[in-house]
Design a protein around this ligand. Sequence first.
Ligand code: MLT
Length: 328
Amino acid sequence: MKRLLAAALAVTALSTFGQAYPGSRPIAIVVPFAAGGPTDRVARDLAEAMRKTMGGGAHFVVENVGGAGGTIGATKVAKAAPDGHTLLLFHIGMASTPALYRKLQYKPLEDFEYLGLVNEVPMTLIGKPQLPFTTYRDFEAYIRANASKLNLAHAGLGSASHLCGLMWQHAVKLNEAMTTVHFGGTARAMTALVGGQVDVMCDQTTNTTGQIESGRVKAFAVTTPKALSGHRLLKHYPSLQEMGLKDFNLTIWHGLYAPKGTSPAVLTQLNRAMKAALKDPAFIQKQEGLGAMVVTDGRTEPEGHKAFVAAEIVKLKPVIEAAGKFAD
Ligand code: MLT
């Protein structure tokens, strides 16, 4: 009966002006990082797929609101009108930032409506093309010998690239931390890496696959427990666990959120459109071509998504605390 009611409500979801939602107003998806990076990429591909699954009547815009590891953009959405016209696409930062920011302007588990988990993305340890080696072993030895003289690029405290960098430095037990350079997103960081202005970065395969394939950066390892044997290019790189970093396992995920208080009818309509988009062959092909995996389990439902993020917050806190000295 409940689902029937929800379905009926979904059909009659009304936008602010009483038109059928979404009406003529665009739906903004806030991306809390600069344009051109992996988060932005997922948002644009998802928006295109959801436009189709909402019958072409919906008009999506992607709004890049970078800074502070994604928390500035997340804050904007937490405080936005709950009318279904402002959504947030955020990644593992939703779970890592509570352990890194003493004063977040929002409560991750209370100030958002959870619309569902979209994808899971491995990360790659990459370096500037001028590095004089190609294997992970030589990469690790070089960093050990020169850590404080080398620049590690990331997208701000709590970003995926920051989290990976601190976890890797802790796992290899560096005696001193690398020098970090912060960017508004890893698109800008990638430009600096390709140009040799920074030395190393850990970034999502959705942003690195093309650069690796073109030879503009060097790749050394992936962060998933096993090598990505199913991917035409990434299968050539070992996992950090295979390189001796016991238990190293980092997979980035992206979820979709609305401000708390958005009507159930609008939430149901958005969740349905998102789930249909995750089944869109074009969306799946784009994601898999870049090493990402589209979520197909219960985490695409609001309850499953929220339970997953709650568990990630608990899991990441000790990981970040243990790596504290690398958390710059
Ligand atoms: C990150 O490092 O958190 C992301 O790659 C940032 C981005 O999407 O640009």
